[in-house]
Design a protein around this ligand. Sequence first.
Ligand SMILES: *Cc1c(COP(=O)(O)O)cnc(C)c1O
Length: 396
Amino acid sequence: MTDRPTLVRRTPWPESASRPLGTPIQPSVVYASPDPDTLDAQYAGTVPGYTYAREGHPNASVLATKIDGLEGATDGLVLGSGMAAVTAVLLGLLQQGDHVLGGDQLYGRSLRLMREDLPRLGIATSVADPTDAAAFAAAIRPETRMILLEVVSNPTLRVADIEGIAALAKTRGILLAIDNTFTTPRGFQPFAAGADIVIHSVTKILAGHSDATLGYVAAVDAGLRKAIYDFAVTTGMTPSPFDCWLAERGLYSFDLRYDRAEENASKLADHLAGLPGVKRVLYPTRHDHPDHNRAKSLLGARGGHMVSFEIEGGRAAANRLTRAAPDIAFAPTLGDIGTTLSHPASSSHRGLSAEARAELGISEGFFRVSVGVEEIGLLCAEFEAAIATSQIEAAR
Ligand SMILES: *Cc1c(COP(=O)(O)O)cnc(C)c1O
């Protein structure tokens, strides 16, 4: 026996009359309660307090509260990824025999979940063109329980008829879930537009630095919230406290980053449209966008931070373009602080046949740009040089 204090017991946290300005990170998996009465009351929800991190932890709560504020939501839930959020909504709320109707250009993994996994579990799914409310009306079945939409589609930036589809969902008593990742709460407010449920991949521009993978979901109805929460906790969709801390830190500058990226995107779109070798540019607030009028009424001046464009010369020119722009990350994500470039035909849409891609307007020369907060002159110059290189060599 020694009289050295045991290493095993926790050393008390130092006292301080002052509080830290920064949010602490709390990685503890478990929380000690004073007695069974208190623990019982915590589980009953009559006394606040955490118990076990899978059920909830302070960094997730702080982050959820911040996104709640942006979306006008109550008691939103942060999950381990955007796909966890999509999955928790679909599997937490739907039952065998239900039908779910989705937009035909949803995020790739959301489409896969609808096409491959839900039918395996006895939940029927189908998709329709969300720019056409009549197509949605025609696709509704007696057992349709939910509609899943994105406001602006990836990567062709088509603008959904949210007004028409929300009215349809309301009269037919169908839940409307909106994945607001692309538009962000600064560009669009789904709850004000009639959504019952809002989903985010926080991984993208909300966190904004490509170093945290997280999702968020909120619902108007408390019963729906509880069903989603219980499913997510049971299936272990827990977010990492460190990722939540990073995302919260990122959110402090979200408004500034979004506004700058959007301003850049609008200017870059106009610049690209004037360059030789560029066949077309897609940006919702441009007059030549196929949904320009709807974009104007739904999004106002908020065209967002995503731009797509198509160059002449197919895959060979596409290869030359990315090689000629090594400082613009050719990386399949969006919402980073810096500009990233994606090529759907070789990544998100490689699983589709060439004909199916052609139908969506996604050729081998099609690129999607997630515009960052760089100085706009630099961005325009880099794209101009890279596109010129892609075309000069094509002509040889
Ligand atoms: C990225 C993304 C998702 C999935 O989010 P993860 O955090 O990557 O799981 C879902 N929906 C949209 C629109 C996305 O862009």
